[in-house]
Design a protein around this ligand. Sequence first.
Ligand code: ASP
Length: 449
Amino acid sequence: MKVAKFGGSSLANATQFQKVSDIIQSDKERKFIVVSAPGKRHGEDFKVTDLLIQLVEAYIKNDKYKSYLITITDRFKTIINDLNLDPKLITEIEKNIIDTLESDISDHLKLNSIKAIGEDSSALILSAYLNSIGIPAKYVNPKDAGIIVEDLDGGAQIIDESFDIINQLTLEEGVIVIPGFFGYTKEGNLATFSRGGSDITGAIIANGVNATLYENFTDVDSVYSVNPNIVDSPKEITTLTYREMRELSYAGFSVFHDEALIPAVEKQIPVCIKNTNNPSAPGTMIVANKEKTHKSVVGVASDTGFISLYVSKFLMNREIGFVRRLLQILEEECISFEHAPSGIDDISIIIHEKELDDNKEFIIMNRISTELQPDVVRIHRDLALIMVVGEGMKETIGVAQTATRALGEAQVNLEMINQGSSEVSMMFGIKSNGLHRAIKSLYNAFFVD
Ligand code: ASP
């Protein structure tokens, strides 16, 4: 049995819902279907989830919110009408939104509950449509599916005991349609995963039902070796290991949520990234192990928006506990960090911009200066990270040489280099304005024969 998850672009309008239904119908193994909220229909359009967030924020602030409500219900109305479904479904969705907005619950719970309505409505519509064309299908709410979570700051986290309950879904007849992106706490409160979290739901269901394959349908034919917005038609990746995907999705490869790998890895369920608009394309398989190829590098990921916190102190290497105390300051200020390349007397802590607003920056700079007495403490902004990724790098001589030559030829100055101990990736930190040049040059060096 397979789990198929369809992303927002796959459900953006009625035509997309029909494509999804064709895909489900074409393979009897596709039994568990997980859906996102309708996404953008074109470049200037809005994702329903973003509109729902704007709606609830406006409502909570007592701002004008009606226009959001109209836009959202119109989106669903058009889909439901175009699919010739019972208009009662529109009334049901509208009532759900209004009842949730007006309910006497905390703002946090209200935000979560409204955010989830996009996925919930997609699942209601898809199951109704499947039934209307003769495919027996059932909508199953995440609470009934057994998705029990803890509601944490960075997004909900699944609780282990969920998986046995989810397994009961295998006893159900017909196609099971489950909304992605949310679960329920033990107390019965709705909690959402982090953004893009329907991928996580899909992986949780795949784990719970012991799926043979987790198919993740999106709007690209495969995972590409570099960002296609930087290099035209880059090479497609046919197979990736879980670890390679983890490294790539960390730095800008947004086709698959990095947290979604965990439940899949646990049961070693292969994941296939496929295109709803071109389902016959083979897609990219993500597996535990793959055969060795002559290619040591599978992809080059990159992302902007990083900050480097540079701290230096003469004889730092002899000062026991220095780095621990530095990291403790970050921990106490609730700042997570990405990498920490170091020298004998200095260390750079790489932090994502979103972690460090002006106020937090002021606090940590002060604390580091007074508590650690460093010689230098500085913040560098506008940093881009490039990850050169491939399991084969470990056994290949000259990968770093090829990468640094390519970066040199592109006239890109390296701010830092870091190779993770796993040797699955090599990281380069550069100024953001050189990123496109750098990626093009790396692509030519690693992928163009
Ligand atoms: N709709 C949610 C989001 O936009 C979750 C998802 O699409 O996976 O983040």
